[in-house]
Ligand binder design. Sequence first.
Ligand SMILES: Nc1ncnc2c1ncn2[C@@H]1O[C@H](COP(=O)(O)OP(=O)(O)OP(=O)(O)O)[C@@H](O)[C@H]1O
Length: 242
Amino acid sequence: MTDDAITAEGLRKRYGETQAVDGVTFEVRHGEFYGILGPNGAGKTTTLEIVEGLREPDEGTARLLGEPSWPRNPALLRRIGVQLQASAFFERLSAREQIHTFASLYGVPAARADAMLETVGLTDKGGTRENKLSGGQAQRLSIACALVHDPELVFLDEPTTGLDPQARRNLWDLLRAINSEGRTVVLTTHYMDEAEVLCDRVAVMDDGRILRVGTPAQLIEELGVRSLEDVFLQLTGREYRE
Ligand SMILES: Nc1ncnc2c1ncn2[C@@H]1O[C@H](COP(=O)(O)OP(=O)(O)OP(=O)(O)O)[C@@H](O)[C@H]1O
């Protein structure tokens, strides 16, 4: 039994000539809000997919909620929530039909699906088709779908990309609420301000490796800079790219 929600050791994954993940080791504690930061192509998504048990590593091991992530373990997959990109919605279904479909896949009562729609503030958009939702509404629906089976641990891959500032702030409130209910949250983001306000700890990644892990305040102090954005710039030698 471990106290950690996630332990990853020595993960490596190569695609052809690209060493996407190059020896990644980290742990996430139960109840932690953990951020993985890195420029495009740093290896964040591949790392998460390995930890989630969706992709087999070439080397290394990941454990999720005390169980090995690989080989795929359906019982474990029920205990985690993975936010899919809005483009992964079922075509032509309304918001309510989407979340009811996810609920039935998990054997969750329909009332729970309606309650999640309410939690993310989409009850009055229930009849709206997925392709008619705004960017923020679609992101909230995808988070609601990831949470419908009440997972212990939630993975969010760039949940606020493309949203306007008000929609981002509304989503931050939702993510904080999810975490304060005791769920472990792992998030990737390009936005340093987002990581600074939400994350208990962050890992800065580039070129398939983790360069540094700490609380935002620790990293800012260690590097003697003013913000997490400066930390990122100093460690990776570049501005984060969109
Ligand atoms: N299925 C794949 N086949 C081939 N190459 C891949 C595949 N998935 C990712 N890559 C490559 O591996 C590297 C890491 O990609 P990954 O998506 O893990 O990075 P990322 O940090 O999540 O990037 P982004 O912020 O753009 O999502 C990139 O160079 C990418 O082009």
